[in-house]
Design a protein around this ligand. Sequence first.
Ligand SMILES: *[C@@H]1O[C@H](CO)[C@@H](O)[C@H](O)[C@H]1NC(C)=O
Ligand SMILES: *[C@@H]1O[C@H](CO)[C@@H](O)[C@H](O)[C@H]1NC(C)=O
Length: 505
Amino acid sequence: MVRTSALVTAAASLALGVKAESLYSKNSAVLQITGTDYDRVIAKSNYTSIVEFYAPWCGHCQNLKPAYESAAKSLAGVAKVAAVNCNDELNKPFCGKMGVKGFPTLKIVRPSAKRGKPTVEDYQGQRTAKAIVDAVKDKIPNNVKRVTDKNLDEWLQDKNETAKAILFTDKGAISATLRTLAIDFAGLVSIAQIRNREAKAVETFGVESFPTLILLPGGTSTPIKYDGELQKSGMVEFLSQVAPPHADCPPPNPKKAKAKDEKKNDKKASKSSSKFAKASASHKSADASSAAASATAETVEEPAKPSESPDPKVNEEEDAKPVVLPEEELKPTIPVLSQASDLQATCLNEKSKTCVLALLPKDESSEAVVSVLDSLASIHKKHDKSGSHLFPFVAVPASNSLASSLIADLKIGDTEQVHLIATNGKRGWWKRYSGSSFGDVEVEQWIDAIRMGEGQKEKLPASILAAGKADTREQEPEKEKTQDQQPIKAQEEKIVEEQQKHDEL
Ligand SMILES: *[C@@H]1O[C@H](CO)[C@@H](O)[C@H](O)[C@H]1NC(C)=O
Ligand SMILES: *[C@@H]1O[C@H](CO)[C@@H](O)[C@H](O)[C@H]1NC(C)=O
């Protein structure tokens, strides 16, 4: 059964067009990572990162895209700007584990004292490139020493065999670029910043303009003045005459990386006389390998299944007393609620949470009816199997006296067709499925959007809800769960709340 409304068809094809595809193109400055890459590329990185958790269908994510791309460009070489597509089945458990409850969620991840165990904070600021760039730069750790005339000699004598670099500047703040440089060369080149008003230091090094970068290759040996542009890549290259910078994160595959390193060393040996080895290349390759890792299937491992949680809500369906079909039934099915009172108690009261209702026409033999029931049953079964809690799916036959008034009150249309809707009595909304078919892929996409709190919701007329039919489930305290035990699928309520917060931004 195909719907004919042009509007509905357009909306459906739009929804399909963005399916599980990435929001960012392959050439984007935004580093696209998977749950598998995260540990190596972000968590174990010496760099500070911002990670966006998004779903391609999400309007706020689409709105953020230009600003995020531009933030990625301005932070290039300074911090990592990454994105995870939470609509991708492989990433869903990871997004759940990271506590993602709405889209987009932005988290700033920076190295802590414990290597590989970074500090993760939600970014709640404005969704503009400038605000994002400033917030990320602000989190980059500082290993640059402020040196004055008073402590110059002391600093020069400290670890006097180690190479040193000094940026002379008229600015007070230590730039993100200089801080990142100190991270790249940690333990290899000690970096200091000296202000123009430190007359003795300025005179000692014969500095005439600001900013000026000076390298002392042997700690106290003859200074070399940098005459290039004060940009990250040029500065990295300049300091690399001492030693190549550290990779910002571990290589993708230990074996492969080793082979690569050997090759690199061979190359280096062959032109060892060149003091000015293109060291920024090693930096670039680290970034490139990160990008490559996310693009190849090589590193994709089976993600951890969300663990079964002792969530008391697992019994929700039983409590709601839908008609339970015999267990021997082989083909998965969904409960059929033929009594108005059952439907009211399960889904249509002021306390009921999200329900998915298939409103059936009198003629239940049509292809659409078979298809929608099959899809719903198999989707629910899949979720049950993975141990995640999913809101009830119920079938409402035309014989249920509430069905026709529901169709009339919601102005859904004729009673000859199947209608698939979602309702939430407690929050007073409903949504309608507008896909062109009832195939399980398309229906599941719609269900996922509901779980994530995405998409347009209509106001549920109060007349539909039976007042006063308290549902005791609500009083059950929800057990505190650890992050590991929170499959994203079980979070629908919170997701909706969070989404509303996001919408206010
Ligand atoms: C480094 O410091 C040690 C002791 O502080 C001193 O003996 C040595 O001569 C210094 N080396 C240079 C190159 O200044
Ligand atoms: C990170 O920085 C440390 C020094 O602080 C360095 O030893 C390491 O090689 C760098 N890179 C990685 C991937 O840890």
